[in-house]
Design a protein around this ligand. Structure first.
Ligand code: ZN
Length: 240
């Protein structure tokens, strides 16, 4: 049996580092050209104690196998693992710990985007765009023209949202960027998209979405709480 050390630590959706609890390595699809290796890892989070299951897959050519004799020489494999690319599919992950003040429909789409990360960067990109649509819904930005038939494009809905909620320029730019990238996921051809976009990019885009949601909901909530707290203190100590 192979020994595989995939390089790099894995992180839980809560942000903490995870430790590998169990690993199963499986060799399959063997033919004259080589074979694929599937590695199934069960990881446990050192902070929240929840499980994550990840499947890694890679292809080993017959040439490599012959050249380095991996089967009898695990150290060689470790060495070459440094350069080997694995596709990574998250089969199970705890829900991202979103603040409870984030509306449920938005939190749900973010969770779905997180779940498909490893399987399809494109699906995750499209879901990130869907989060923006859901934010518009939550702030009661219309999705249809009232006088004319037809839908209002996301681009225009976001403009209305920015005006209504007085969203700052820096945040507006990030929202616009997510929309553009999400469009790329929705409209560009398969070959072009898969050449340009890796799973890691989808992970980074989702982080931006999380940032937006934090700013729009969590910051606002804390600001309101701070205002209330200050009013109470002033009332008590410095009555008018
Ligand atoms: Zn965790």
């Amino acid at each position: 049996m192979y020994q595989i050390n995939l390089i790099g630590e894995e992180y839980c959706s809560c942000g903490s580092v995870m430790k590998c609890e169990a690993e199963h390595i499986h060799k399959s699809c063997e033919d004259d050209n080589g074979h694929s290796i599937e590695v199934l890892k069960i990881l446990i989070c050192l902070t929240c104690n929840k499980l994550t299951v990840i499947l890694y897959e890679t292809w080993v050519s017959a040439y490599e196998e012959e050249m380095y004799g991996y089967e009898n020489n695990p150290q060689q494999r470790d060495l070459h693992d440094l350069y080997r690319e694995y596709t990574k599919t998250v089969l199970l992950a705890p829900k991202i710990n979103l603040d409870p003040c984030i509306p449920e429909p938005i939190a749900q789409i973010i969770y779905e985007a997180q779940l498909v990360l490893g399987k399809s960067a494109r699906a995750s990109f499209i879901l990130c765009r869907a989060v923006l649509e859901e934010i518009c819904n939550d702030f009661d930005i219309p999705s249809k023209n009232t006088n004319k038939k037809g839908f209002i494009q996301l681009h225009d809905r976001l403009k209305l949202l920015v005006e209504k909620e007085k969203i700052s320029d820096d945040l507006n730019q990030i929202i616009g960027g997510i929309k553009e990238l999400g469009n790329e996921g929705a409209h560009s051809g398969h070959v072009i998209f898969s050449e340009k976009v890796q799973n890691k990019d989808a992970e980074n885009l989702l982080e931006l979405v999380n940032y937006i949601v934090e700013r729009l909901y969590v910051d606002k909530y804390r600001q309101e709480e701070a205002k209330k707290g200050l009013a109470q203190l002033k009332n008590k100590i410095l009555p008018p």
